[in-house]
Design a protein around this ligand. Structure first.
Ligand code: ZN
Length: 217
């Protein structure tokens, strides 16, 4: 799930359980970042269904590990691959500047475990192996569609349009300084651009050319 999807999921959870989503705005941001890290490889639809199953079986507030565990079990059952390790560099959608929020989220998680509020689960145990992903970094295994969930979600939370960016986003933009993977921003009003700066396309083209030439030069 991407950050936007985690926010959608937390909005849905808040409708059925007001104990889960943090009230404080800063804490909410840390919470979203942590959920996004833990649930990186979990499709939104699977997460929504896992929430439903959790509350059918448990009176405890749902935690990301509850969803990740169900996903891990499913991946293990269907794909039968071994588990990988957790590396911050594997999580490009985490805001690299929000280290404070991220560390605090991890610390809170650690304290919750130390205090006995939850069972210790190593993050690495929750993450499916990189080897089990194909294209786009997503798990190749598809979850059967659930139209009821999609319809309900579309009605309550109209999806924020987020078209896949142009390929030049893979490289740093020399014009506006956008990091790889991030959209260009207009230099005057700092607004997200759907396109990219021409110089970024040049850098991208040059990189492609260099790649295709290999070690010849
Ligand atoms: Zn740019």
């Amino acid at each position: 799930m991407m950050v936007d999807e985690v926010i959608d999921l937390l909005e849905r959870i808040a409708l059925v359980d007001d104990r889960v989503v943090r009230a404080d705005e800063a804490e909410q941001e840390a919470q979203v970042a942590m959920w996004a890290a833990v649930l990186r490889d979990v499709p939104l639809q699977f997460a929504g269904e896992a929430v439903g199953r959790h509350y059918a079986e448990s009176a405890w507030p749902i935690m990301p590990k509850d969803i990740a565990t169900r996903w891990r079990d499913q991946v293990r059952n269907r794909v039968g691959r071994s588990l990988g390790t957790f590396e911050p560099t594997d999580h490009p959608h985490l805001d690299p500047d929000d280290t404070v929020g991220y560390v605090r989220a991890l610390r809170e998680r650690h304290e919750a475990i130390a205090g006995g509020d939850s069972q210790p689960v190593a993050v690495a145990e929750l993450m499916p192996a990189v080897g089990s992903t194909l294209g786009g970094g997503r798990i190749a295994e598809l979850v059967p569609a659930n139209d009821e969930f999609r319809t309900a979600k579309a009605t309550r939370f109209p999806r924020r349009e987020r078209p896949a960016g142009p390929p030049e986003r893979a490289v740093h933009c020399p014009a506006c300084g956008a990091s790889p993977g991030r959209p260009c921003r207009t230099t005057h009003r700092n607004r997200e651009m759907t396109g990219t700066h021409p110089s970024r396309r040049d850098v991208y083209d040059a990189a492609q050319t260099a790649d295709s030439k290999g070690d010849e030069s």
